[in-house]
Structures are given as structure tokens and as C-alpha cells.
Design a protein around this ligand. Structure first.
Ligand code: GLP
Length: 235
């Protein structure tokens, strides 16, 4: 695990963008992308740059069940607003949270992942250590699946909705098995709300209680932390 300490999210976004540029220079063609407030500075670096993404393909980690792409809190909308509108990709995919048959949709997404193995995966982390929407307890060999969101995640994400009741109760998420199979992974964490999860990731054991710990022995993992997120670490 390579830990990179930064002053703030702005510097973290720049570091992650440098890693992406190196990876693209070596021939990366497929990006795994994340939503949430954490990757925003990274997307800003991309959209401010003149780097060409027209030959790149991306697959997002997850989507809420029940929200149309036009809903301001859908992850499809988030990606359009923060990245794709300014930076066209060859193709970009997200799970379809409106699919009538969600199990079939999960299978479709796994086929896409098989056709487009991820070279460079961006990740945030939930306060409870979730990655994508893989909540504590998710087996590490899980592929794309439908998730019942935990109370802690609904609470954390309610800040984006008018109230807690409007937060979808389910999501469809890429599984841990797909995430860890990415060739390179860059996880970013900013702020004191993430400090406990980061301490458990860096200093704790691999356990399904902390989904991010599945990444621990990945050969090409970078963890970018601001001071608050790193504040509980021993060194
Ligand atoms: C959501 C997303 C995750 C994200 C997490 C943290 O639940 N599904 O992919 O990492 O929230 O969000 P934030 O970056 O806003 O703290």
C-alpha cells in the first residue's frame, strides 16, 4: 500500500490526476469511476486539463435503485455534470438503477466488466469502510449485486437529498471481486469522518466488516489522505 499524504482535497485531486496520467501514458484504456464528494477535485483536474479521453472507456461503481438518470442525485447525473459533459469519453457505463430485472442488470454489468477490465480504479470510502456500495459483511468474492443500504450510509448520503426518507434504500453496485481485480487502485479519503475507517484499513486486518480492507494486499494500491483522514494513524 502506497500512502500519499496531502494538505487537502485539492492537492489530493492533483496527485490522483498525476497517477492517472502516468497510467494512461502506459496504455490504460479503461477507468473505474466513483461518485461522492471525494473524487470531485480529481474530476476538476481532468476537466481543466487538455488530456484527451475520446479513446477511453469508463465504468462506474454504482447507482441508486429507482432514480432516473435525470434525477439530480442519480450517479448518472453526477457523472454527466462533473465529468462527461466537459470531457467526452469513447464510452461510459453505469449500472441502470431503473432496470425492471435488477438481477439481470447485475449480470449485464458483469459482462461489461469482463469485456472491459479496469486498468485504473478511483475509490472513495464510506464512514463505515464501504467501497462502491459494498457495505460491511459483503463477501470479498461478490460480483455486481443489489444492495440494501445501511442506516449509516443512508444517513451520510441524506445530506444530498431534501430529507432522509428521499434517499433510496437500495443500490446496484460493482462487487468487491471486480474492484480488487483492477490493475491499479487509487483510494482517496478526506476529513475526520473518514479517520476511523482509514485507521482500520491501514492498521487493521483484512475482514468483511471493513469492505475496504479487501484492498490491503493489492499490488498496486495508492491511498491519498488529507491530515484529518490520516489523523488516527500511528505514524
Ligand atoms: C457513497 C458512494 C461511495 C463513496 C461514499 C463516500 O456511498 N457509493 O462510492 O465513496 O459514498 O462519499 P463521499 O466521498 O461523499 O464521502
Amino acid at each position: 500500500m502506497n500512502i500519499i499524504r496531502v494538505a487537502d482535497a485539492k492537492e489530493g485531486g492533483k496527485k490522483a490526476f498525476e497517477l492517472l496520467k502516468e497510467s494512461m501514458a502506459k496504455g490504460s484504456k479503461t477507468l473505474g469511476l466513483a461518485t461522492g464528494s471525494t473524487p470531485l477535485t480529481f474530476y476538476k483536474e481532468i476537466t481543466d486539463s487538455d488530456l484527451d479521453f475520446s479513446q477511453m472507456t469508463s465504468l462506474n461503481l454504482d447507482e441508486y435503485v429507482g432514480l432516473p438518470a435525470s434525477h439530480p442525485q442519480s450517479y448518472a447525473h453526477f457523472m454527466e455534470e462533473h465529468l462527461f459533459k466537459a470531457k467526452p469519453f469513447k464510452a461510459h457505463y453505469l449500472p441502470n438503477g431503473l432496470a425492471e430485472d435488477l438481477i439481470a442488470e447485475a449480470k449485464r454489468y458483469d459482462s461489461l466488466l469482463e469485456a472491459h477490465p479496469i486498468d485504473f480504479q478511483i475509490l472513495g470510502i464510506g464512514r463505515n469502510g464501504h467501497i462502491g456500495f459494498n457495505e460491511p459483511g459483503t463477501p470479498f468474492d461478490e460480483t455486481t449485486h443489489v444492495v440494501d443500504l445501511t442506516a449509516s450510509t443512508i444517513e451520510a448520503n441524506s445530506r444530498f437529498f431534501a430529507n432522509k426518507d428521499e434517499v433510496p434504500k437500495q443500490a446496484i453496485s460493482m462487487g468487491i471481486a471486480s474492484i480488487v481485480s483492477a490493475k491499479q487502485i487509487v483510494l482517496m479519503a478526506y476529513g475526520k469522518d473518514k479517520a476511523e475507517a482509514i485507521k482500520a484499513l491501514v492498521e487493521g486486518n483484512k475482514t468483511v466488516d471493513l469492505p475496504a480492507s479487501s484492498l490491503k494486499d493489492h499490488p498496486n494500491l495508492y491511498v491519498i489522505l488529507d491530515e484529518e483522514a490520516a489523523s488516527l494513524l500511528k505514524n
